[in-house]
Design a binder for this molecule. Structure first.
Ligand code: E4P
Length: 220
């Protein structure tokens, strides 16, 4: 299973890379705004993120902000030229689906974002999107069963051998990562702190403490 990190924070991306579990980065306008990056520097920031990654570290989703077809394809083309690692993240709206179709024909990689239903997932796959991002956490925040949605999308994609990769997004806790891995989807994108929380188990801590104490008791 691939681990993408959902952040625009350069330090976090470096930390994830050092940990050796980084398979890609996703960003969105909210994450960019959290880094206080001025509008005229956003593209440079995307380039900086891409430059932190080696070939094997995967790609970087950069979200466009246009909402009509012509502007979307122009913005998508510009974003794709920033760096070969850029994947153009496009919202699940009619013009977005048209733009994904256009960009995918031009071999520009896309990630269809803000996916909340199987119907939307079918449309994204038919448009040729490389990734879809179903928002697990936001569904569960409203008491919808996000994991059922992800299972359903996986099933539909398997039925028709769609190439679109499922990148579960809006991850809120480590259990969601584990449940996604059981479904067998391609990847999750998550804040680093949730990936790090996969390390935690009290028995590991207690066990290590005991091993180290017992080692001290071994005679010289
Ligand atoms: C998806 O790619 C989004 O960047 C993200 O996962 C949204 O998560 P949130 O619901 O925590 O904002």
């Amino acid at each position: 299973m691939k681990f993408f990190i959902d952040t625009a924070n350069l330090k976090e991306i470096k930390k994830a890379k050092k940990l050796g579990v980084l398979d890609g980065v996703t960003t969105n306008p909210t994450l960019i705004s959290k880094e206080f990056i001025p509008k005229n520097n956003i593209n440079n920031h995307y380039i900086s993120i891409c430059q932190l990654l080696d070939d094997e570290d995967g790609d970087v989703s950069a979200e466009l902000i246009s909402t009509n077809y012509i502007d979307m394809i122009q913005e998508g083309e510009k974003l794709s030229l920033l760096h070969p690692k850029i994947v153009v993240k496009i919202p699940m709206i009619k013009d977005g689906i048209k733009a994904i179709k256009y960009l995918s024909k031009k071999n520009i990689k896309t990630n269809c974002t803000l996916v909340f239903s199987s119907g939307q997932a079918i449309l994204a796959a038919k448009s040729g999107s490389n990734y879809i991002s179903p928002f697990l956490g936001r569904l569960e925040d409203l008491s919808y069963n996000g994991l059922n949605l992800i299972k359903e999308i996986k099933n539909i994609y398997d039925n028709y051998h769609f190439d679109t990769k499922i990148l579960a997004a809006s991850i809120r806790n480590p259990l969601q990562i584990i449940e996604c891995s059981k479904i067998g989807i391609y990847a999750v994108t998550s804040p680093l702190k949730i990936i790090l929380s996969l390390f935690n188990h009290p028995l590991t801590k207690i066990g290590l403490k005991k091993f180290l104490e017992d080692y001290e008791n071994i005679i010289n």
